[in-house]
Design a protein around this ligand. Structure first.
Ligand code: ZN
Length: 242
């Protein structure tokens, strides 16, 4: 009897604790004190992925809203700090401006950009800062069509080359296998560049999912790491790995 009521007592206590976490915003990965300047901040990782897709739809259709690009947002993030809802690993390519293609504003996206959308130690540590201190629960690795870095890496492969290009070599090797397996021609540079772009995204997502501090967060369902490809022709982001 006693142990039964204790169980009920701890159950009620647990429910109260969860309710308080939800009320304080801790369930969204943010600390109690965080003031959200981006009022429409998606509360969960799934919502964040949906918000990116919805913003990309607005970009494709030309019905952009330019949220969070006004004076009040700038003033708010300066005063209150940032609560971005997603971190993005993207290419430096000037045709892939992250806030524009997802129709987001100041303080919404935490972005690591480098030619060829690769992450090295510095990139990993930048992403870890966003997940551990800013409440980011979604990381998107974003490759893109007609990527000059991937094209140059395919041209150089497998000779020694600049580090940011050699970083793509694993993806090229994988792409050759994939093309061969589907009966294509791995020596066709166009097909190889296209497939390498996608494989580079997929390999990096898998890599990030397997290393600290992300692995623990992914395993416990606190963090989602996904990958996609942006097509310059259409403006559309196609998800490659979710
Ligand atoms: Zn690129």
């Amino acid at each position: 009897m006693h142990s039964h009521s204790r169980k009920i007592g701890s159950l009620v206590g647990g429910i109260l604790a969860v309710a308080m976490m939800v009320l304080s915003g801790a369930a969204s990965g943010l600390s109690d004190e965080a003031v959200q300047c981006n009022e429409a901040r998606p509360p969960t990782a799934d919502d964040a992925v949906k918000a990116l897709a919805a913003g990309n739809d607005r970009w494709i259709s030309g019905k952009v809203r330019h949220p969070g690009q006004d004076f009040s947002r700038r003033e708010c993030v300066s005063k209150e700090g940032q609560t971005p809802f997603a971190a993005i690993v993207s290419c430096s390519d000037s045709r892939v401006p992250t806030e524009l293609i997802f129709d987001e504003g100041v303080g919404d996206l935490f972005v690591v950009r480098v030619a060829g959308n690769s992450v090295d130690k510095i990139g990993e540590q930048s992403l870890a800062y966003s997940t551990e201190h800013l409440g980011v629960e979604t990381i998107l690795v974003l490759g893109h069509q007609k990527c000059g870095a991937v094209k140059a890496a395919v041209e150089a492969y497998p000779k020694p080359t600049a580090k940011f290009l050699a970083f793509i070599y694993d993806a090229i090797a994988k792409a050759k296998e994939v093309i061969h397996a589907r009966g294509g021609n791995p020596d066709d540079k166009g097909e190889l560049t296209k497939e390498s772009t996608d494989q580079h995204v997929i390999l990096q997502v898998k890599y990030l999912r397997g290393i600290a501090p992300f692995k623990g967060m992914v395993d416990s369902g606190k963090l989602k790491i996904v990958g996609g490809r942006y097509d310059l022709d259409t403006g559309h982001v196609t998800m490659l790995i979710q």
